[in-house]
Design a binder for this molecule. Structure first.
Ligand code: ADP
Ligand code: ADP
Length: 229
């Protein structure tokens, strides 16, 4: 059981397995998975104004402006399911975002833990270019490493699997560049605060989950149920 508000932040390049692990851990530790990329894609599919604005940046492999992202995250954190904390995936991604997050959390009696998934560029490129996502539920597959039972169809709800536009090789290179330039400084930020744990993400998902669970337990974050894959 969690007694303090707990904020887990996943760091790591695109394709390092943040979403895969955050989806597994949300049930295990009983905290909601807040993925800014998923929130933007939901807005795009619903054709909201926020979605239209975000799409130009996402398609180019650039970051959505901080004020837009922060507004969306603030709204999400107001929702009742976030009362005990959250697992962030893809947020914060800039120094401005991490400073704003610290301010947001300053009033809350919370613990923050940043988990950095360490995976080589060659491996993340293989993972991203083979990623497929369910149009209905957002479940994530890989054509080689985690294929669905039936090609192109989601195991969970039978939805159509698609390749994200920004997962095509020409955009992936820019996303990695943007990651190193704008997001990797956050590793130093959390390290300096003693809140960073690096985890080797270059192993099958269940082994990475086991490593993460060990780190969480060492930080007093106890599982409420067993992981399922
Ligand atoms: P990945 O899972 O590959 O890391 P995401 O789904 O997290 O990708 O994000 C997809 C895109 O959405 C990013 O390339 C960026 O354009 C936008 N995005 C997501 N999170 C943020 C954020 N915190 N700040 C700015 N842009 C973001
Ligand atoms: P991120 O959220 O960091 O962008 P994802 O969790 O979406 O990363 O994973 C990227 C791709 O790699 C997906 O196709 C996913 O199925 C696959 N994947 C995730 N974790 C692993 C792993 N440990 N080994 C091999 N493939 C993985």
């Amino acid at each position: 059981m969690l007694t303090k508000q707990t904020y887990i932040v996943f760091l790591g390049p695109p394709g390092s397995g943040k979403g895969t692990q955050a989806r597994i851990l949300q049930k295990v530790v009983g905290l909601p998975h807040v993925a800014t990329g998923d929130l933007f894609r939901h807005n795009i599919s619903q054709q909201t104004e926020l979605g239209r604005l975000a799409k130009r940046y996402i398609d180019a492999g650039e970051l959505v402006p901080d004020d837009v992202t922060l507004g969306m995250v603030r709204d999400r954190l107001q929702q009742p399911d976030c009362a005990a904390g959250v697992i962030f995936d893809g947020f914060p991604r800039t120094l401005e975002q991490v400073v704003a997050l610290d301010e947001l959390l300053a009033d809350r009696n919370g613990v923050v833990l940043a988990l950095m998934l360490d995976v080589s560029d060659a491996e993340v490129t293989r993972r991203i270019t083979g990623r497929r996502v369910c149009r209905n539920c957002g479940a994530v597959y890989h054509i080689e490493f985690n294929p669905p039972k039936q090609a192109g169809i989601c195991d969970v709800d039978g939805g159509e699997l698609y390749q994200r536009d920004d997962d095509k090789p020409e955009t992936v290179r820019n996303r990695l560049y943007v990651y190193y330039k704008q997001t990797s400084p956050l590793i130093g930020y959390y390290f300096a605060k003693g809140l960073l744990v690096k985890v080797d993400g270059d192993a099958p998902p269940d082994r990475v989950t086991a490593r993460l669970l060990k780190v969480l337990e060492e930080h007093g974050i106890k599982p409420v149920m067993e992981p399922s894959y």
